[in-house]
Design a protein around this ligand. Structure first.
Ligand code: ADP
Length: 484
């Protein structure tokens, strides 16, 4: 298949969240399966041009606000040459410090920025005589490309027969803009209707992806169902219900080259499901690094954005009761200042039991995944979630809320139901502090049964959440779109 993928971020070039992990990994796996994939990204100033061998290519003329704008194009490769890359260069828009904003504020011209990106991709990625089979766009920043394909480029031979897949990574982020900005999309006003891009008097770019694409998916089967309900749909549940026959869930993979306890260079010792002794060493070193007493006590880990979505309020609520027990907790996170203050206050109150680092620190995230016994992830909603997958791989038993990707990837332990033979973690449904606390009590009780606990650890470590598996499912979706 000939696939053109576009998005606003991709590891290792530009990252603010899980979107970048998917977009940076999926094209390589598709190429490995024998498909032709090209990735298109904005040319941010911070992209390391030498690593990807970026070279200037002929610029393109893009229709822009009734005029034509010359936009730069640079090409390179990713994944050791496996995936060709097209970068759209327009420095007034993309040579900025942030991807979407600075100092906690979104750039006010984000609609202009990503409309130009999408329009320029449609011009720069034309291959005369060889239309892509699939245009695969991710999240609101790339959604307009799907709208363009189905409207302005509908009769363009360079796009004849191209089908569109649109992937939703988090429906909480929709790209909402005042109607006064609509002209920058370049679309006729006939597309600004409640059936298309209009949303309660505003322009909703994500909605464009949902209504124009041939096929839709999100990053886990459970989240695909949840977003069709008012509790999880952020107002777009009605639109999704009308498209439910075209909406699928594909659980993300994780990069086993980066997240592998047998080879991880960030760890003081390595280990595997067959020999867990290195994990004990990782725990001792983590306790020392976090200035906690080095001793045999259940160690609970947390690595998270500090946001309401992640259930941090539930954690803050139960910590005093949890810390009355003989446990230790290490927390790494950054985000909402009010949660930072609360966590810092609690660690001052329980210096021997709770240690927090309020930064973004990737190597420490690896050491927590390896050194902790349990991993806490009580998200209120979770499209897929990566940290529980890392935890499973590192033999660190996850305690999760049964939602989205967490429900699809953690098999919960059920007391007295002989679930011990299949369980890989603990989960709860109602997002209330008492429910989380009683789930933690259960987990800590099972922790004392070493045989049962080791079984949980080993089963988690043996799960397959590789990208190979997910990429195969994306190929099936592409085939489905092409057969329409
Ligand atoms: P989301 O994308 O919603 O933040 P995910 O679980 O899908 O949640 O992915 C989060 C990613 O960011 C993981 O790779 C996780 O390890 C990492 N991460 C989050 N917070 C931190 C932090 N403070 N330091 C290091 N890594 C972090």
């Amino acid at each position: 298949m000939n696939i053109l993928m576009l998005a606003s971020e991709a590891v290792p070039l530009a990252k603010t969240g899980g979107l970048a992990d998917v977009v940076g990994t999926l094209p390589m796996e598709l190429a490995r399966l024998g498909h032709d994939v090209r990735l298109a990204l904005p040319r941010y100033a911070a992209l390391d041009a030498t690593a990807i061998k970026l070279k200037k290519a002929p610029s393109v003329e893009v229709p822009w606000r009734g005029d034509r704008l010359e936009v730069g194009v640079e090409t390179g490769t990713l994944g050791g040459g496996a995936v060709p890359l097209t970068c759209i260069r327009y420095d007034p828009f993309f040579a900025r410090q942030g991807l979407y904003g600075e100092g906690g504020r979104d750039y006010p011209d984000n609609l202009d920025r990503f409309a130009l990106f999408c329009r320029a991709v449609m011009e720069a990625c034309k291959q005369p005589g060889r239309p892509p089979d699939i245009l695969h766009a991710h999240d609101w920043q790339a959604a307009l490309a799907v709208a363009y394909l189905k409207t302005l480029y509908r009769n363009d031979p360079a796009w004849a027969g191209t089908r569109a897949l649109f992937t939703i990574h988090n429906i909480g982020y929709q790209g909402l803009f005042p109607v006064s900005t609509y002209d920058a999309t370049g679309l006729p006003w006939s597309e600004y209707t409640p059936e298309r891009l209009e949303y309660y008097g505003q322009v909703n770019l994500l909605k464009g992806g949902l209504v124009y694409a041939d096929i839709l998916n999100t990053v886990s089967p459970t989240y695909a169902r949840e977003i069709q309900t008012a509790e999880f749909g952020f107002g777009l549940e009605g639109v999704l219900q009308t498209r439910k026959d075209r909406l699928f869930g594909v659980t993300n993979g994780i990069d086993y080259d980066v997240w592998n306890p047998e080879t991880d260079p960030h760890l003081p010792a390595r280990y595997s499901a067959d020999d867990l002794s290195g994990k004990r060493e990782c725990k001792r070193v983590l306790q020392a690094e976090m200035k906690l007493p080095v001793r045999d006590v259940p160690l609970v880990g947390l690595v998270s954005r500090l946001a309401f979505q992640k259930g941090i309020d539930l954690i803050v609520d139960i910590l005093p009761k949890l810390l009355d027990l003989d446990v230790q907790v290490v927390a790494l996170g950054s985000g909402d200042p009010s949660y930072q203050t609360l966590l810092a206050g609690l660690s001052a109150r329980y210096p021997d039991k709770l240690s927090v680092r309020l930064t973004f620190d990737e190597p420490l995230a690896h050491r927590i995944e390896a050194g902790a016994d349990l991993f806490l992830m009580p998200s209120r909603y979770e499209p897929c979630g990566l940290n529980q997958l890392y935890s499973l791989r590192y033999g660190t038993v996850p305690v999760v809320r049964k939602t989205g990707g967490l429900a699809d990837t953690v098999v919960p332990y059920v007391p007295d139901a002989r679930s011990g033979s299949v369980a890989t973690g603990f989960s709860f449904e109602t997002p209330e502090p008492e429910v989380l606390l009683s789930t933690m009590f259960l987990a800590l009780r099972v922790y004392r049964d070493k045989e049962e606990w080791t079984g949980l650890m080993r089963r988690g470590m043996q799960q397959d959440f590789s990208w190979q598996r997910s990429a195969g499912q994306y190929v099936e979706l592409y085939a489905r779109a092409m057969a329409l």
